[in-house]
Design a protein around this ligand. Structure first.
Ligand SMILES: Nc1ncnc2c1ncn2[C@@H]1O[C@H](COP(=O)(O)OP(=O)(O)O)[C@@H](O)[C@H]1O
Ligand SMILES: [Mg+2]
Length: 349
């Protein structure tokens, strides 16, 4: 007998998570949980599937269609990653929540992740504050936006990451080191320019381009120290950990050649097999797992992906970010949906 229903929200063009989860729904066979799905266009139009069980568990995936249409449209002309991205995303979740509560007002609703927390990970400044309050180790940040002060910091031998505050996918990142400035923005005719595509944000040398740096410092950015990475097989990496409540469902390394700036798969880094994680120092890996769980909790989430870097001392780890909507690994490599489904069954059976 089905006593509860899992309602998966997403977009039909989302083969990365929404479609993957739905395709694995056979793992609910024999459990007390039925599975239904709805795309966000229908949700916003107030059209939902009819559900007979009294309890509905809601699992939201990323709203790609809405995002591309209303938040980051192709015609967008401003600098990528400013506050309007965050504000508009919050509006979307408010609207969605209202529609859900309205349609299923007689039901008991359980959210895998509360909708009001789904935009939090987009604000890189706030996220670091929230996780560090829980004891997670974050890179040192710099508050100055003064050109001379920044130049002095670099001159003193510090290495800095300048990232747009509300960005993601490795877009809008600049690296500053004495005599080595690199950015994946472009700077033409005194203006910061962004690629239209999510991919191919390659880094170019911008050493001593003071006009660019001056302009960049006026944007909504975060500035933090560069974390040195433990090097494995001549590659730098960060660790992606998928967390559900207190459990790590899966962890894998995202690696790039040692002289790379970022390790975003969207920008060409490589997702490593499980054998890579087995090479990592045991205690450091355990620390990473603990910090990942704390990070998810700090954002009021139950499920998410956390990126951490492992320091060359083989002891410490540093927080990079939380992904409320992490991409799922290829099913052949690791069937994350299956493991997530198992957790949901165990919790709500
Ligand atoms: N402080 C840092 N030190 C070293 N590498 C960093 C630092 N911040 C970011 N990176 C690298 O850049 C990548 C992208 O940074 P991240 O903060 O995750 O932004 P995005 O949301 O665009 O993915 C990280 O995965 C990591 O490889
Ligand atoms: Mg990232």
């Amino acid at each position: 007998m089905k006593t509860k229903t899992l309602l998966v929200l997403g977009d039909n063009k989302d083969f990365d998570t929404y479609k993957k989860i739905i395709r694995q729904k056979r793992f609910f066979n024999g459990s007390s949980i039925a599975v239904k799905s709805a795309d966000y266009e229908s949700v916003l139009a107030g059209k939902f599937p009819n559900i007979s069980t009294a309890t509905i568990i809601i699992l939201p995936c990323f709203p790609f269609v809405y995002w591309d249409k209303h938040i980051e449209p192709k015609k967008y002309k401003g600098v990528y990653g400013n506050k309007s991205f965050y504000a508009k995303f919050n509006v979307f979740w408010k609207k969605t929540e209202k529609k859900i509560n309205n349609f299923y007002k007689k039901k008991k609703l359980i959210f895998i992740n509360e909708l009001k927390n789904l935009a939090l990970d987009r604000d890189k400044e706030n996220v670091k504050m929230l996780v560090s309050k829980r004891g997670v180790s974050i890179p040192k940040r710099y508050n100055t936006r003064n050109l001379k002060s920044i130049l002095k910091i670099i001159d003193d031998g510090k290495k800095l990451f300048v990232k747009v505050r509300y960005g993601s996918m490795g877009k809008g990142i600049t690296y500053l080191e004495k005599k080595k400035w690199m950015t994946n923005f472009r700077f033409r005719k005194g203006k910061i320019q962004c690629r239209k595509s999510d991919y191919g944000w390659s880094f170019v040398n911008c050493t001593n381009n003071l006009k660019f740096l001056k302009n960049l410092l006026k944007q909504e950015i975060i500035i933090e120290e560069a974390i040195d990475s433990l090097i494995i097989n001549k590659r730098k990496f960060d660790l992606r950990l998928y967390v559900y409540k207190n459990k790590i469902l899966y962890a894998y390394g995202r690696t790039a050649p040692a002289d790379s700036i970022t390790t975003n798969i969207s920008q060409g880094a490589r997702g490593e097999k499980i054998s890579f994680v087995k090479k990592l120092p045991k205690k450091q890996l355990e620390r990473a797992k603990k910090q990942a769980v704390l990070s998810i909790k700090a954002l009021g989430l139950n499920f998410g992906g956390v990126d951490l870097m492992l320091c060359p001392d083989k002891k410490n780890v540093k927080f990079i970010e939380v992904n409320t909507f992490p991409g799922f690994p290829r099913v052949r490599r690791f069937n994350l949906s299956k493991y997530l489904i198992n957790e949901i069954i165990m919790e709500f059976k």
